[in-house]
Structure formats: structure tokens, C-alpha cells
Design a protein around this ligand. Sequence first.
Ligand code: SF4
Length: 330
Amino acid sequence: MATVYDSTDKSEKGPENGGIERPRHPEKAANPDSPLLRKPKWIRVKAPGSAIYKETREIVKANNLPTVCEEAACPNIGECWDKRHATMMIMGEICTRACAFCNVTTGLPNALNEAEPENVANAVAQLGLEHVVITSVDRDDLDDGGAAHFARVIRAIRARSPETSIEVLTPDFLRKDGALEVVIEAGPDVFNHNLETVPSLYLRVRPGARYFHSLRLLQQAKEINPAQFTKSGIMVGLGETRDEILQMMDDLRSADVDFLTIGQYLQPTRKHSPVDRYVTPEDFANYETIARSKGFLLVSATPLTRSSYHAGDDFAALRRAREASLKKTL
Ligand code: SF4
């Protein structure tokens, strides 16, 4: 299950050490507590704690790497880490945005860790990953939004594990001209940027971002490298309508996006955006059918779908789907 808790920032000096307890999300502190909807029976997951799970945790800790699996309190951590599939979160644990759905700590980030590209490459090699997903916090404070750091991480993994396919799930690089080019030129196998939600909810849910900028970013990734696999995802259960989801699918197809993920939003704490509804597995299956009919090469739409969930298997399926589609056009 997703852990629902009000946690405090581990990166700061806590009261036990004579410091002041700092909330993870100071900007949300004044929000009213929203009621927690009881989770339906289909949101049931494997409890973490197997021997391989513990090994995975030791490897990421030994390399000083935060993971989005932990920071976002992902419900799939027991299953994913049992297969060593950890998604590393680079550029620190503190995000400069303040999205209403996200459990990552917000505030002023620390300086980049120059050793991080090598640390990530070490962890990928030690975990023996065939496919790795690298994501990051938003770094609006950096001139390039962290694009060069992403590129260094991609190159360090390639040098150390040339057989590993690399997927990057990046921020939107809003107002960072030239940043996307730097990431794409480093040659990730999959470029992923999540729209997260439909445009009508952006001001409430993703206030620091712009829907059409995110869409354009995905389109530009394909324009820079027409062979680039592109991927995007949204959460449902934030208050969007079915028509808005279908429109968003059309928008993504107009941007030539290959792979769409749709998963259930789970509320990290009472201060976050409330869950509006739990979408049934049948409705997810229906969204998947519709999305496939709109021309996506691949669609993953289930309650527990997340950007990085089963990403390795999905990448293999994505490649097969492109080959099959190319054969049809010959
Ligand atoms: S779905 Fe992604 S974020 Fe969640 S545990 Fe798996 S790899 Fe980590």
C-alpha cells in the first residue's frame, strides 16, 4: 500500500540534534486537512522486505542515491525492488516546485553532487539492470535546469554498462532554452516527461508548470531525434473528466508521443490534493483500448501504473511495436 503519512525533512537537522523540525512541504502547511478516501480492494500491493529488496536498498544507500520509489512513497516498491528495479532520483532530494500531488520535499536545493554520475553508474552496474529509469527533482535554480547533469549521468551509465537501456524522466525545463537538446544529444533510449494531469487542473495541481509547454517539450524531443522513443503519463482521480482524458490523448498523439501511462493518483498526506475518485480496473482497461485506437505504440493503464513500473519490459514491447509498425508500412 502507499504509505500515507506526514513526514519531516530528513535532510535537515532535527530536534533530536538540537535543530528545528522542518516540514517536508512548508507551502502546504496551511492547507486544510482533506478527508482520506478508503482505498478499494484493487489497490493492494506486495509488502516490502524481501532479501533482494534489502540488497537493493543497500546498493542505493551505499552509492548515496535518493530514489523516487522512496521519496514519492510509491506503492510498488515491494514488487519493483524485489527485482532490483530502483528508480534513481538525481540532483538531490529537494524540489523547487510545489506540485499539489507530490511527496518529494520542497525548498531550496543543495549544490549538485559532482560524483553523482559515477555513483549512478556504479549502482546500475551493481544492480545488474538491463533497463534503468533516471528521474530528478525540478531544478529551476540551475541555469540549464540540470540538463548537463542528466547528460553526464547518461554518459556515465553508457560507459560502464553499454548493454543497459536508459530511460530519462525529466522536468519540463521551463524557461531553460537549449536544455532539452543537451539531454537528447546524450542519447537516452526513452525520453519521458509526464503531463501528470489535464490542462484544466494545472493551476491547482501543477502550478509551476504549463500544459502546452510540456506537450511542446515532448514534440521537440521527437523533432530533434525522429528515432527517439517518447513517453508521457498522467494520474487519474484528481478531478479530471473522461472527455478531458480523451482530449489529452489526442494532444499527445499530435506531439507524436509513442507510449502513454495512466495510473491512479494516491494522496501522500492530508495536506495534498484529495483523491477525487478511485477509477475502476474496468475503466482503466477502457482507457487503454481507446488510447491504443488513437495510435500510441504502447499504453499502460492500470491502477498501479507508474512511469517507471515495469519500464524494462515495456521498453522491449515498445521496440517490438515500432518494428511491427515499420514492417506494415514497407
Ligand atoms: S513503480 Fe517506479 S517509483 Fe514505484 S517503486 Fe517501481 S520503480 Fe520505484
